[in-house]
Design a protein around this ligand. Structure first.
Ligand code: MD6
Ligand code: FE
Length: 226
């Protein structure tokens, strides 16, 4: 049995940990197989991810500063987040194909809404889901999520595949971030007083995940048009 310093729940049980006011980690929120009625087993989600990214393939976006991101991205839902030399923005069509982003699966929407409610944000209806794929070595530099209009809306972020170390800082870039290990099935819900906290992801360690192989996928649900 693993020593668990943060709660007294068995390691495989869903459990909640507050990272900061308004930011919660829901450990093991998504299970490997269907758990008898709840939407969103990770095996079913992986099939959905494959269907979505066959329509809107993973691509490495360029930052406004001209750097190519190490994380590969796609989107589903009414709006998708993109970056280019022109800036960061939400768009309703995939710039590669010109087609609308693939629909967000109803089961994903239900999962994100259920997670938000569990974290104290009832009534969350995301219209955008950013799909981030990390290979070993991929990382996300410290940033704030500030491209949404309504910052009273939370963000729901699901981790699948290889474990990663999430960096959760403060409202100033110079605040020293805490290091939060994220495992397959963990959800971070984020809003309120720390909605604009700086955060990032440490370079992904090499590994092989039973379901996803040599990668991590992060789904970030937002209401971009709220
Ligand atoms: C990631 N996540 O976990 C990147 N942003 O791969 C994010 O940038 C993020 O997890 C806002 C809220 C939660 C997140
Ligand atoms: Fe972010």
């Amino acid at each position: 049995m693993t020593l668990n310093l943060f709660d007294d729940t068995a390691p495989d049980e869903p459990s909640t940990r507050q990272l900061a006011p308004g930011a919660l980690l829901l450990r093991g929120f998504v299970q490997g197989e269907s758990d008898g009625g709840n939407e969103g087993s990770s095996t079913a989600m992986l099939a959905d991810i494959e269907a979505i990214t066959s329509q809107a393939p993973f691509r490495h976006l360029v930052t406004p500063g001209g750097f190519t991101m190490s994380v590969a991205m796609s989107n589903c839902g009414q709006l998708g987040w993109v970056s280019s030399r022109r800036g960061y923005r939400y768009v309703s069509a995939d710039p590669i194909s010109g087609n609308p982003w693939p629909c967000m699966p109803a089961s994903w929407l239900a999962l994100a809404s259920r997670a938000a409610t569990a974290a104290g944000y009832p009534g969350f209806v995301p219209d955008a889901c950013l799909i981030n794929q990390y290979a070993p070595g991929s990382k996300m530099s410290l940033h704030q999520d500030r491209d949404e209009h309504d910052l009273s809306q939370p963000i729901v972020s699901l981790s699948l595949g290889l474990p990663a170390v999430f960096l959760f800082g403060g409202l100033k870039r110079s605040d020293k971030p805490q290091r939060v290990p994220l495992q397959h099935g963990d959800v971070v819900v984020w809003g309120g007083p720390t909605r604009l906290a700086f955060h990032g992801v440490m370079p992904l360690e090499e590994g092989e995940h039973a379901l996803l192989g040599r990668r991590r996928i992060n789904l970030t649900f937002r209401c971009a048009s709220c």
